[in-house]
Write a protein that binds this ligand. Structure first.
Ligand code: FRU
Length: 322
C-alpha cells in the first residue's frame, strides 16, 4: 500500500444526513477505488455555515492539494472558500455554490431547470388550473434560490396556477410540519405541493395524512434517490432527478490535479421520475449496485494476485504447489 498519497483532496460537506448526501460520498469513493494513490478527507459541517468555514480553514492548514466543497449557505461560506482559492488551492464546488467566481470548477444539477421542470409537470398534473404550496430548502442555499426562481418562472406560462403559500423546510423532513399544517388549514383549495427535496415531500405527505387529505393533495419532490421508492409507493406523484455527482466531482478534481484539460461547468441533467418510468429506474439502480459489487470482487482478486506476485519476487518460495 502507498505510504504517502500522491494527492490529498479535502472535502467540506455541508451535511452527511439522508440518502442523497450518502450517495454523493459513495459516488466519490467508487471513483476513488480506481485511484488508491489519492486520499480524501471529508469534514461534515452538519448544516452550520460557521462550522463549515472553520473546517475549510482546517483542511487548508493541513495542506490539501484541492478542495471540494458543497456550501450550506452561499454567502456565509464564501470567504473561507475564497481564501483557499487565493492560496492557489483549486476549488471544485459540488451541488451548491458560493457567491463569488473564485472557484476552479462546478459539478452539479441546474436548479433553475429543476424548478422549471417541476412547474411544467405541476401544470400537466393539474390541467393548468389549481393552487399550490411551495416548500423551500434553507433560504441561503443556492439550490433553494435556483429551484424557487425556476418554479416561479415556469409557472408564469400558466396563469391558472397560483402559489398560495411558501413554507421553509430547511431540507429536512420535520421542520416544515407546523407551518405546512397551518398553510393547508388556511388554504383548503390547495391541490399540489412542490417540495424542494424528496425528504420534505415525505414530511408533507405525513402532514396530509394527519389532516386526512392525501387524496386531494398531490406532492412532487426533487432528488430521485430515496424518492424513487416514494414514487413507487404513491407517496410522491413525481420527483425531479437531481444527481449528487460524486464520481464526476472526483474525475474533474483528478483532471485539475494532473493538469489535464477539464470543463469549468459540469451540469448534470434532470428528468421527471413518475409512475411511467420509476420501475425501470429502480431496476437500473439495482443493476449499478450489483456491478459495483463485481468491481469490488475483481479489485480484491487483483490485490491478492499482486500480493502473491510480491511474495514470489522476494524469492522465498514462489511457486504455489496445489
Ligand atoms: C441534501 C439536499 C438534497 C438537495 C440538495 C440541495 O442535503 O438537501 O436533498 O437536492 O441538498 O443542495
Amino acid at each position: 500500500a502507498p505510504t504517502t498519497p500522491a494527492y490529498r483532496i479535502g472535502f467540506s460537506q455541508c451535511s452527511t444526513e439522508g440518502p442523497w448526501r450518502i450517495a454523493m460520498l459513495e459516488g466519490m469513493q467508487r471513483e476513488l477505488s480506481f485511484h488508491p494513490e489519492v486520499q480524501l478527507r471529508m469534514l461534515d459541517a452538519k448544516d452550520n455555515s460557521e462550522r463549515q468555514q472553520q473546517q475549510i480553514r482546517e483542511l487548508v492548514r493541513e495542506g490539501i492539494d484541492l478542495l471540494i466543497v458543497s456550501p450550506y449557505e452561499s454567502g456565509p461560506v464564501t470567504p473561507a472558500v475564497e481564501e483557499a482559492f487565493e492560496r492557489g488551492i483549486p476549488v471544485v464546488q459540488i451541488d451548491r455554490r458560493i457567491t463569488s467566481d473564485k472557484y476552479t470548477a462546478f459539478v452539479g444539477g441546474n436548479n433553475v431547470e429543476v424548478g422549471q421542470t417541476a412547474a411544467r409537470y405541476a401544470a400537466q398534473l393539474l390541467h393548468q388550473r389549481g393552487n399550490v404550496i411551495e416548500i423551500k430548502g434553507t433560504p441561503g442555499s443556492s439550490a433553494t434560490t435556483g429551484r424557487h426562481q425556476g418554479f416561479v418562472q415556469g409557472l408564469r406560462t400558466y396563469p391558472g396556477l397560483k402559489v398560495l403559500s411558501e413554507v421553509t423546510g430547511d431540507w429536512r423532513e420535520d421542520a416544515l410540519k407546523p407551518a405546512l399544517t397551518a398553510a393547508l388549514k388556511a388554504h383548503p383549495e390547495v391541490s399540489l405541493i412542490f417540495a424542494h427535496n424528496d425528504g420534505m415531500g415525505l414530511g408533507a405527505y405525513e402532514v396530509c395524512q394527519q389532516l386526512g387529505i392525501t387524496k386531494r393533495v398531490q406532492i412532487i419532490g426533487v432528488d430521485g434517490l430515496g424518492g424513487k421508492n416514494l414514487v413507487h409507493r404513491g407517496i410522491l406523484k413525481a420527483t425531479m432527478l437531481y444527481s449528487p455527482g460524486g464520481e464526476d466531482a472526483i474525475r474533474t478534481a483528478l483532471r485539475i490535479l494532473r493538469r489535464e484539460p477539464f470543463k469549468r461547468e459540469n451540469t448534470l441533467g434532470t428528468i421527471v421520475i413518475d409512475s411511467t418510468n420509476v420501475l425501470t429506474l429502480i431496476e437500473q439502480a439495482d443493476r449499478v449496485v450489483s456491478q459495483q459489487r463485481d468491481i469490488e470482487r475483481q479489485q480484491s482478486l487483483l490485490h491478492d494476485l499482486e500480493a502473491t506476485y510480491a511474495s514470489q519476487r522476494t524469492g522465498l518460495y514462489g511457486l504455489l504447489v496445489s
